[in-house]
Ligand binder design. Sequence first.
Ligand code: GAP
Length: 547
Amino acid sequence: MAQDNSLMDAIVSLCKRRGFAFQSSEIYGGLRGLWDYGPLGVELKRNIKEAWWRDMITTHDELEQPQGAPSAFQMVGIESSIIMHPRVWKTSGHYDLFHDSMVDCRESKKRYRYDHVKGRWVTYEGNKIFITIAGDEDDLQDALNVRALQYFGLKAKYADKLEWEGEISDLPTVKDHSQVVGPDTKELGTLTEPREFNLMFETYIGAMRDEDNKAFLRPETAQGMFVNFKNIIDSNRVKVPFGIAQQGKSFRNEITPRNFTFRSREFEQMEMEFFCHPDDSFKWYTYWRDRRFKWYTDLGIDASKLILRDHEKDELSHYSVGTADVEYAFPFCEEGEFGELEGVAHRGDFDLRSHMEGKLVREGDELVVEKDEEGNPRYPGSGKDLTFYNDETKERFVPHVIEPAAGADRTVLAFICNAYNEETVTNEKGKEETRIVMKFHPRIAPYKVGVFPLLKNKPELVAKAREVCNLLRPYMAVFYDEGGAIGRRYRRQDEAGTPYGVTIDFDTLGEKDTADKDTVTLRDRDTMEQTRMPISELLAFLLEKIR
Ligand code: GAP
């Protein structure tokens, strides 16, 4: 799919108009990279998280062998704190390694991600410079043209006097910054050398704001599982292979949050750490990789827009022996490109060993404890025994870890993009109009059914409609709407993605034909087909659909 900004704009606009998502603190001008979910968004997200939890924990917490798994296993959940001991992040490597390369502009005082500054060499009357931009412009060359004309003080009609050289490239390809014009200045050579900028948000514990009391908002939920490994084994008597999962907020001070909720500064993750015997680890890696891909398609993501991409060797994190990403062709992606929804990583024994021995670094093929000048571990581990003893085989080992790590907000965004449809339909007056319909899988749809009395000023219809609501509400999210023409009410629920509509009309009351008494009109969101169904069959029908 090619990049489609107008589609993305339409989706963002629907999200705001219908209450899926809003920019955080919007009345104060908003904050970049931070988002609030509205009434529809929060229901959608809860349903997605619930579907994940059921798939990962509840329906997996069994001693039977799950289909396709190399052996039986157990799954448990936890909820760990957002602020953890600062040593967690030193040992895990986040303190040293979780950063982006940044350049500052001395003139504009702006900061940019080093690899996001793009530019091209251009000459005017013998004066050659590397002119740059740092945005997401659709047409990079167009934006560079404007910048170059600005720099040389030329009117647009002189654009053909500019001599462009080479391809558009990232700033790291330019060794000498003295000939570079930064993205928001007209001066030459104002960009600094790149500097590392840690993405963890800092805070302080207690009253003293000093280095000793510094703490971090977690940038991933995963460490909560590693530091609780021993607690879970001791308290739950689980045996390897088993998994610990959690859902929760993570925070990253992203330099360039972008693409709606895709890259945010506060977001939610759904992560699972699966502990297994080293000899079985590749079998488990394959199992989880395939299983996680299938989860998205089972919930209705168009398989032609989803890929499972194995990382190249040079893309792998220093600890990973294999990673595959589940990626979706979001409308903001360029042709042939995809956005990451989830990474499934084979992390070897890196995490448990780090938390036992201290921060690990790669030396050739080995991961060894990093030492300070005196030869002591630079960031010591907990010293606790995080091995597993198999009392049947009498073997003690450090389990290997397979980690499916998904972003809840990215998953929500993918489901929103996937659901969005514009269709041309003929309305009741015989005119063509555009129907916007969110085709969510019934399981994740914010509301499962809309209930409508045909007329709001007919008390018998309203009373019957309320009766139907009361019948369904204990089992599912029901939206009751009595305002406006019935066609408009259907359209409103189409935009909300409600899979079924139930209308209580005069036939329901049995006023015309007693055979129709206590039946309703059931409308299907996707086909718009309307059928009659007895109220007594409604609950079972809907439960079957949303199961
Ligand atoms: N524990 C491994 C880990 O955190 P990751 O690939 O950095 O791996 C996992 O993050 C998932 O979290 C990503 O695939 C993505 O869905 C989500 N995620 C990461 N950074 C994000 C951000 N800034 N905004 C929204 N989601 C993000």
